[in-house]
Design a protein around this ligand. Structure first.
Ligand code: FAD
Length: 372
């Protein structure tokens, strides 16, 4: 298909990845990001995100393999170090660990079953629950570097990357779309990719002139992991503690605990337990209860960190009912979002999907806007 004039709204991981893949196809791309480079208002900032292949759902497991190859391509294209493969340790109930092992075996990827004593020997900072699994093709993505790299790669292919440019509304006009920008001239484009994270429902409902017929329900929450001081945090594997054995599957630990090393220390967090917030009016004061619960967790399960000295941070999740992402197009409008707290690792794949959708290819059924 011929070159298209495409506007990408939102310069977090998803929008920046989409800009890269669209520019790589030769499209004329303008990326509009409301805040400044590296800002901390959304979901993609900071120094670490987990990359892992271990998903029990074959659909997502297959996407991780494509993501790995695209992350490596991005590193080559930009000369930036983004992904460090430190490996990952999953631990918890034997059934959950076995299911992950089977998935990695199906993918033909290396993985090793371990008992807690072996984990303690290899990573003395980490205490494992009943059963454990190590896979080496996992580790740490540098979040800020990733976003900067996507934008650099897009710019190298001719994209116009603008910060301080807030999209205030969209109007579908004929085959194209008019994009309104605060304090700037409108842009008329053949297509728009909406990748505004926690602001998706707001932008598509207000100030926009019916650009999509339907949007799955999105729950915006403020999550609060913390960095704990540790010796040599960069040598840590990423880890997921699955609940149901020695970790109770209720309350803050219902969906498990994740963590990884970074330049800021060892990050640990409960998955998806934060309060519902308005992304423009949230109180970023750390919640002392969550912080205390994380310190209690760290005292028992992370002997290698200083559990008395956590440094909290806040970040947004935008979650769909089934935790499936959105990547779908209606007319000239493609929506990328519903990242549900686990999409960073998939960012280049979602960017690739967005570019394919803009060019008329269908996306996966699970990512549609029209879902029950
Ligand atoms: C604490 C935490 C830990 C996580 N850990 C992991 C992990 O280990 N592994 C993993 O795979 N995933 C993880 N995730 C999830 C992952 O980080 C997110 O899914 C991902 O960053 C979402 O990116 P996004 O581009 O959709 O959203 P955002 O990064 O929020 O980007 C949206 C952008 O749109 C901009 N914007 C909004 N409105 C407008 C407008 N009107 N005009 C122009 N721009 C606008 C915003 O300023 C923002 O920059 C984590 C998330 C959090 C919060």
């Amino acid at each position: 298909m011929s070159v298209r004039r495409v506007v990408v709204a939102g310069g977090g991981a998803m929008g920046s990845a989409a800009a890269w893949r669209l520019a790589a196809r030769g499209d004329e791309v303008t990326l509009l990001e409301r805040f400044w480079p590296g800002h901390d208002r959304g979901s993609s900032y900071g120094t670490s995100r987990i990359f892992r292949l271990a998903y029990t759902d074959p659909f997502y497991a297959d996407l991780t393999v494509r993501a790995l190859s695209l992350w490596q391509q991005l590193e080559e294209a930009t000369g930036r170090r983004i992904l460090t493969l430190t490996g990952a340790v999953d631990h918890g109930p034997a059934a959950a660990i076995e299911a992950l092992h089977e998935s990695l075996t199906r993918l033909g990827r290396p993985a090793e079953r371990l008992v807690p004593e072996q984990v303690a020997e290899r990573w003395p900072g980490l205490r494992a629950d009943t059963s454990a699994l190590y896979h080496p093709e996992a580790g740490r993505l540098h979040a800020d570097e990733s976003v900067a790299a996507f934008q650099q790669a897009a710019r190298d292919r001719g994209a116009d990357i603008r910060h301080g440019a807030r999209v205030t509304g969209l109007s579908v006009q004929g085959d194209g779309v008019r994009v309104r920008i605060e304090g700037q001239d409108d842009i008329r484009a053949d297509a728009v990719v909406v990748a505004v994270g926690s602001w998706t429902a707001g932008l598509l409902a207000n100030g926009s002139d019916g650009p999509v017929r339907s949007l799955p329900a999105l729950r915006v929450t403020q999550e609060q992991p913390a960095h704990f001081p540790a010796t040599d945090p960069l040598s840590w594997p990423s880890f997921i503690h699955h609940p149901g054995a020695a970790l109770p599957a209720v309350g803050a630990t219902a969906d498990g605990v994740y963590g990884l090393g970074s330049v800021d220390g060892v990050k640990a967090g409960f998955h998806g337990i934060g309060p519902v917030v308005d992304p423009d009016r949230r109180d970023r004061t750390p919640d002392p209860e969550t912080l205390r619960a994380l310190a209690v967790y760290a005292e028992r399960w992370l002997p290698g960190v200083q559990y008395t000295a956590p440094e909290p941070l806040t970040c947004l999740y935008t979650t769909t009912k089934q935790h499936d992402f959105i990547a779908d197009r209606q007319g000239p409008v493609t929506v990328l979002g519903g990242c549900s707290g686990h999409a960073f690792k998939f960012a280049p794949v979602l960017g690739e999907l967005a570019a394919a959708l803009v060019h008329g290819q269908p996306g996966p059924d699970r990512f549609t806007l029209d879902r029950p």
